[in-house]
Write a protein that binds this ligand. Structure first.
Ligand SMILES: Cc1cc2nc3c(=O)[nH]c(=O)nc-3n(C[C@H](O)[C@H](O)[C@H](O)COP(=O)(O)OP(=O)(O)OC[C@H]3O[C@@H](n4cnc5c(N)ncnc54)[C@H](O)[C@@H]3O)c2cc1C
Length: 503
């Protein structure tokens, strides 16, 4: 708990936000709306964080989209359904107070996002949710960064890029500010109302991973900026991480598209998203699907159901390297170039052309099928009448691929639900890599998003939001992380602004 040396350059604001992803920008906007002077520190040269890399779904109830389809849905039902995603062990660990905060406030968050310019399509079903309540952003998740930044600027939030927060400045037991390296040496940013840590998760935090999730310490993160800085900064003043061992995956994901097409580069303006939304809601989906799927930008994850149906994994040498049903994602990072391909035959290919068998979730259309990949991702999609021709397309030795397929077909135990790979055309999707997408462990916080010590004492002036302030809530399923990032960010921003008025 260092006091800053007198020589340090100083600036001051009512609220200082660390991190310019979804939760940080939402916090900055809410604080500014409440009349606070806000400085937002972002260590990257651009805003957006993991939020900008995501698929972009947000799950909420009682929405205008649900009402338009005659679906009556409530936060209470949402609260109950969230348990259906969790094992009894995880249910024991969850912070239910924060789950309540999420389900009660995410409906207004969605409305607020629409008010500031975002456009959604939905609601889409996502079992075991008992009602369709997943909403997908149009045209892709970059829209979050675009509209949140626009709103920050409209409200006069002082955005500092390339500014990495390092340590808190204390005044007795209370947080008085934060020191950040903003390019020309450290600067002390004083915050009358508080500092909000919105610095994302720790999927790229070497030491945090070694300590908390050592079995995946060797696996890369999708967002290398997610180094858990906020977790570490808060720990230095008594904060602690709830559920640090809980994480999803690592998961296999296709690489993001290699080439930025003109369509993907277009700003997500309402001139594009409104007609897209109209078409998706009112016209037969097949007419617009090809257009909408061309905006897919995220690293999409092939569904495990593809492996359960009979797809096998081979590496760049054409060799099978793992039992596909026994956590193969832990083995992918050990393969040449850390890459693999999913290989399957015509029977599986035919199945994954329509609901309920989708290849991955996808921005805009919610679910992407094999045909969507054929159309939009020729870099990943391989199809051929024979295995030898498929091997040539993939650039792997044909003999090794044949051996891998034969070995799989012969070794399938009786009663296995997987199909042998026999019938052409043959398909490969890939390369896929294995990444930690996000970690669930976040700083322990109160329902007002104030960081607490292990004995429950609140650290005055310190707030946390988004993944950094996940506080023990366990966000399984799609659309809960973004819901939490935006909801907790807005609330933390409001509470910090309130503290600035009364401090
Ligand atoms: C491929 C992928 C798909 C996903 N799809 C979905 C989905 O469809 N729906 C869903 O709900 N969730 C999804 N998620 C998860 C979701 O995107 C994240 O959980 C959420 O966006 C996190 O928001 P955040 O604001 O907490 O963190 P981030 O958006 O990561 O923002 C944190 C920011 O803090 C900055 N930062 C970090 N340390 C410092 C520091 N010391 N000083 C200054 N700045 C710092 C980072 O650079 C970053 O910009 C997905 C994630 C991935 C990777």
């Amino acid at each position: 708990m260092k006091q800053a040396p007198a020589s340090l350059k100083r600036e001051s604001a009512d609220v200082v936000v660390v991190g310019g992803g979804g939760s940080g920008m939402a916090a900055a906007i809410a604080a500014a709306e409440a009349g606070a002077k806000v400085i937002l520190l972002e260590k990257n040269p651009h805003l957006g964080g993991t939020t900008r890399l995501s698929v972009g779904s947000i799950t909420a109830t009682g929405t205008r989209f649900q009402k338009a389809k005659g679906i009556h849905d409530t936060p209470d039902e949402h609260y109950e359904d969230m348990s259906l995603f969790l094992s009894p062990e995880l249910q024991q660990k969850e912070n239910l107070e924060l789950r309540r905060v999420l389900v009660d406030h995410v409906p207004e968050t969605l409305e607020w996002l629409i008010r500031i310019g975002l456009c959604f399509y939905g609601p889409m079903p996502e079992p075991p949710h008992q009602k369709p309540r997943m909403h997908n952003v149009l045209p892709n998740s970059r829209a979050y960064a675009y509209y949140l930044e626009k709103e920050c600027r409209r409200l006069g939030v002082d955005i500092r890029l390339n500014a990495r927060a390092q340590r808190l400045v204390m005044n007795g037991d209370a947080v008085a500010g934060i020191v950040a390296d903003a390019g020309q040496g450290p600067v002390e940013f004083r915050a009358r109302g508080g500092v909000i840590l919105a610095s994302g998760d720790f999927s790229a935090g070497t030491e945090l991973k070694k300590t908390n999730v050592p079995h995946v310490a060797h696996v890369d993160a999708i967002n290398p900026a997610s180094t858990g800085d906020g977790h570490v900064i808060a720990q230095q003043v008594g904060g602690w991480i709830r559920n640090p061992e809980v994480m999803w995956g690592p998961s296999m994901r296709f690489k993001a598209p290699p080439v930025e097409t003109l369509l993907r580069r277009l700003p997500p303006s309402r001139w594009i998203t409104k007609p897209m939304q109209f078409a998706l809601m009112n016209l037969p989906l097949w007419m617009f699907r090809p257009f909408v799927t061309r905006f897919m930008t995220a690293s999409l994850a092939p569904e495990p159901s593809l492996l359960r149906a009979g797809a096998i994994l081979v590496n760049r040498r054409g060799e099978r390297f793992a039992d596909e049903l026994a956590r193969p994602e832990l083995e992918v990072p050990k393969q040449p170039d850390k890459e693999a391909f999913l290989v399957f035959d015509g029977a599986v290919g035919e199945r994954f052309q329509r609901w309920p068998d989708f290849v991955s979730t996808a921005p805009g259309v919610a679910y992407a099928y094999l045909k969507d990949y054929q159309r939009t991702r020729p870099d990943l999609y391989h199809e051929a009448p024979t295995l030898d021709a498929l091997a040539r397309q993939m650039g792997v030795p044909a003999e090794a691929l044949r051996k891998a397929v034969d070995g799989h077909n012969e070794s399938l135990p009786g009663g296995d639900t997987r199909q042998p790979i026999r019938q052409g055309p043959f398909y490969a999707l890939g390369p896929v890599m294995s990444w930690i997408v996000f970690t669930e462990g976040g700083l322990a916080v109160t329902a007002r998003h104030e960081v607490t010590t292990p004995d429950g004492r609140q650290i005055p002036g310190l707030f946390a939001a988004g993944s950094a302030g996940q506080g023990g809530t366990i966000l399984a399923g799609h659309g809960h992380h973004i819901g939490w990032a935006m909801t907790s960010g807005r609330r933390a921003g409001r509470f910090a602004a309130e503290r600035a008025r009364t401090a």
